[in-house]
Design a protein around this ligand. Sequence first.
Ligand code: ZN
Ligand code: ZN
Length: 103
Amino acid sequence: LPLPSGSQCLRDIFITEISLLSVTWYPLPTSFQLYPCDTCGRQYRSKISLQRHKRLECGKEAQFSCILCHAKFKHKHSLLRHYNVHIADMKITNTFENADRST
Ligand SMILES: [Zn+2]
Ligand SMILES: [Zn+2]
C-alpha cells in the first residue's frame, strides 16, 4: 500500500484500523443486531438467513433419505456421498456376476 501523503490521512487510517480491530476483539456494537433462532440458539446476521435456517435446517434433521437403505442425512451432499457406497457395492456385485457367468 502507498504511504499516505498527509498526517491527517495517516490518522484516519489508524482510526479505521483500530475500529476494525475492535470489531474483531470486542463485543459487537449494539447497533449490530443478531437474529437468534428461538429453537436451537444459532445466531444469524440477517433476518433472511434466520428464516432460511428455520425453513430448511432447524428441527429438520435428516430430511434426505437414501432410496436404497433408507439411511437418513441432514445434508444433500452427505446423501450423495453415501450413494457412493452403494455405487461401489453395485460395481463389486457386477464384477462377481460377470465372474460367475464367465466360469
Ligand atoms: Zn434453529
Ligand atoms: Zn443407502
